[in-house]
Design a protein around this ligand. Structure first.
Ligand code: BTN
Length: 258
């Protein structure tokens, strides 16, 4: 548990001068159902790119595939940012880029080596989940939701891990939140201008699954083979047991150690 509450001014103080114009609005809520749900409604009402919110707790935090996201008060980071794209076909590339951005945030905060990304965008440490990303679309607007575990109770799911356990020291929530907003503002503009390409090199060095035997579970079937990286759209490449390269833009991945 932390005694550092989120403070909009402290968060904003971490945003570089060159990125400040891109931050339109930043709210910190004590309690909200879900920061993503809130921003989706703001997007409908016409809110622009660079609208951001955090919450101390979520009563209906949402994860991918209809799962709920554990969101107790005053401990972790629950953040959403709205970004509008001029044109956006698929969000598989964006979902990879956001995971790379989150890795950059953790590196800038001083987190030691060892965190990896499980396609498309789960951040893992020793196979345990540290952070998750939920992208939700609304016309050209995308709500980017990030949940980052900083402190977890002793009795929590052993498949999860908190940053405090990795770093072995107290975590400054406001510093991390500020770094997160700063990197998102800066790097989403890069993604908007240049697409996924500038992110792919880093992705390769963070890929937790590369060359591993994996199974990709889609609603219709399960495909097994060797994970062979991602393509320029951020889709997963799987060399199947018949020697064919298959691509996946969605699906749940499992392997022996995750
Ligand atoms: C996942 O299942 O891995 C994605 C989890 C995303 C959780 C975050 S917390 C902030 C934002 N609001 C939500 O309701 N979900 C996302």
């Amino acid at each position: 548990m932390t005694n550092e509450w989120l403070d909009p001014d402290k968060i904003k103080s971490k945003i570089a001068l060159k990125n400040q114009h891109a931050l339109v609005r930043l709210d910190v809520f004590d309690t909200i159902d879900s920061t993503n749900t809130y921003l989706l409604s703001q997007a409908k009402a016409g809110a622009p790119s660079g609208t951001v919110c955090f919450a101390e707790q979520q009563t209906q935090g949402r994860g991918r595939r209809g799962r709920s996201w554990f969101s107790p008060p005053g401990t972790n980071i629950y953040c959403s940012m709205l970004w509008r794209f001029y044109e956006l076909d698929a969000i598989s590339g964006l979902s990879i880029a956001v995971a790379v951005i989150l890795m950059d945030v953790l590196k800038k905060y001083g987190v030691p080596e060892g965190i990896q990304i499980k396609w498309p965008n789960d951040l893992l440490f020793s196979g345990r989940k540290l952070a998750g990303i939920l992208l939700e679309r609304n016309d050209t607007g995308v709500v980017i939701g990030i949940g980052l575990n900083l402190y977890l109770p002793d009795n929590s799911d052993p498949n999860w891990i908190a940053l405090q356990e990795i770093m072995g020291q107290p975590i400054s929530r406001n510093s991390l939140a500020g770094l997160l907003v700063n990197e998102l503002l800066e790097q989403l503009a890069i993604y908007q201008a240049s697409g996924l390409l500038p992110f792919l090199k880093k992705w390769k060095s963070y890929d937790a699954l590369i060359n591993q035997m994996i199974s990709v579970h889609t609603p219709d079937s399960v495909f097994s083979g060797v994970m062979s990286g991602v393509n320029e759209k951020g889709e997963l490449l799987l060399l199947d047991n018949e020697g064919r390269m298959q691509t996946f833009c969605y699906g749940e991945v499992s392997c022996r150690w995750i």
